[in-house]
Design a binder for this molecule. Structure first.
Ligand SMILES: Nc1ncnc2c1ncn2[C@@H]1O[C@H](COP(=O)(O)OP(=O)(O)OP(=O)(O)O)[C@@H](O)[C@H]1O
Ligand SMILES: [Mg+2]
Length: 413
């Protein structure tokens, strides 16, 4: 074969690049990244409260249980993980062995999945000789093995149950909080940090669970634009020096503060802005990149919210978006939504549900904060109607929904 010289150049083919012209440590902007203490802004008080609740664990006592509430991007997961790590280290210095586990209940969304994930995280087969098969044993059996693991390995276990409202029932809270008193555990103590971005979760907790949890409740407030600016500035070293123009961080902060001060959104916008600049071969990140990044962040956030929703539910939301765009009117009667929904199902050749079912789906979307809902009286004689409205721009909703495979046929139109 003729040698065209490409082999020797394999590593330097200009089509590909190893070094980013924009980022040096992009991982600092990833949502999973847990920043160190110096990079955490405006959460001293919350960190202190969580630490106080965990404090008895340092000397091997029972930590207080807690539920942390707050809107999305207010640092709940971050603070819970950060303080737990520090408690573990402080305890070790006192000769106390603390085990820590974290589960996202949106993923481990059944009691069995949750307990088996916890058991797997805290186990060390070499030490306990307890096996945790991924499936095939009963929930009670997972619990039994879990208690054995805890007693064999730890003085105290601190368990973070994130997105607790996504769990089907409260049974796991009940079991974990009563384990000592019910004689399931010998010497190991358990502390629970449950996290929810729905303050209404309080009302859904059964009284028997509440009385057994005896939890403290903390509410994390949103950040202001100044705090968001600091959070981003503390991670500026994710970028190469002088790559960010001076208005990038303030503008990202202003966008992220416009609904409620959401650090997740701020960091998403900043990261996307860098990626967009990189894609366009621009040398610096500028205002226009931030504006485009904002739309992308909105679409992504909405798509995450919709993830796991059945196609039929997405169709009802799309019907609301189409009507909102066409009418320049935001609150739409459920009858009109149903007509539009039927048009869409016909156009897409998918199964059509009854009006009753569609109404239920709409209410479910409102419960999940995907849509807004309002009961509107029309005067005594005419009763009242339920109206639904979008919480995002119609275009954001359309783009997020149209990434679903079922909608591909529409994109061609
Ligand atoms: N006070 C802060 N200082 C620095 N970074 C922060 C702060 N608060 C949040 N962040 C960062 O913002 C992102 C979102 O924070 P986090 O995941 O803790 O939010 P959350 O309240 O758990 O939101 P959600 O309810 O959506 O899960 C993370 O990348 C986190 O590192
Ligand atoms: Mg979180």
């Amino acid at each position: 074969m003729p040698d065209d010289g490409n082999d020797a150049n394999g590593g330097t083919d200009p089509l590909f690049r190893v070094d980013s012209p924009i980022f040096t440590r992009k991982e600092l902007l990833e949502i999973e990244h847990i920043p160190n203490e110096e990079r955490i802004v405006g959460r001293d008080e919350q960190i202190k409260k969580v630490a106080n609740a965990l404090n008895p664990a340092i000397a091997g006592g029972s930590p207080r249980n807690m539920i942390v509430y707050g809107k999305t991007g207010t640092g709940k997961s971050l603070v819970a993980k950060h303080v737990t790590q520090r408690a573990k280290r402080a305890a070790e210095n006192h000769g106390t062995t603390v085990g820590t586990a974290y589960i996202d209940c949106a993923q481990s969304n059944t009691e069995t999945r949750a307990i088996s994930t916890l058991a797997t995280q805290l186990n060390d087969v070499g030490e306990t000789e307890v096996k945790i098969p991924p499936t095939g044993i009963a929930t009670d059996d997972y619990y039994a093995r879990f208690w054995r693991i805890l007693d064999a390995r730890f003085d105290v276990a601190i368990i973070i149950l994130d997105e607790i409202d996504k769990l089907g029932n409260d049974e796991i809270l009940m079991q974990l909080s009563r384990a000592g008193e019910a004689g399931k555990l010998g010497s190991c103590k358990i502390g629970i940090i449950a996290i929810s971005n729905k303050i209404s979760y309080q009302d859904k907790l059964e009284q028997r669970v509440k009385s057994s949890l005896q939890e403290r409740e903390f509410i994390f407030p949103p950040y202001d634009a100044e705090q968001l600016r600091l959070i981003m500035e503390n991670r500026e070293d994710a970028f190469k020096p002088d790559v960010l123009t001076s208005d990038v961080i303030p503008l990202s902060a202003a966008f992220a503060a416009s609904e409620h001060g959401d650090a997740r959104k701020a960091l998403d916008i900043l990261r996307h802005a860098g990626e967009i600049a990189e894609e366009r071969d621009d040398e610096r990140v500028r205002e226009e990149h931030v504006r485009d990044a904002r739309s992308l962040a909105d679409v992504n956030r909405f798509r995450d919210l919709l993830q796991g929703q059945p196609t039929q539910a997405k169709l009802t939301v799309l019907a609301v978006a189409e009507l909102t765009a066409a009418r320049r009117e935001s609150k739409i009667e459920s009858n009109d939504i149903y007509d539009k929904y039927c048009e869409l199902t016909t156009a897409l050749d998918v199964n059509q549900l009854s009006q009753r079912r569609v109404y239920d789906l709409l209410r479910e979307q409102a419960f999940l904060d995907i849509l807004g809902q309002e009961f509107e009286g029309r005067g005594r004689a005419r009763g009242s109607v339920m109206k639904f409205y979008l919480l995002e721009e119609p275009e954001t909703v359309r783009q997020a929904i149209q990434r679903d495979a079922v909608f591909d046929q529409m994109n061609g139109e």
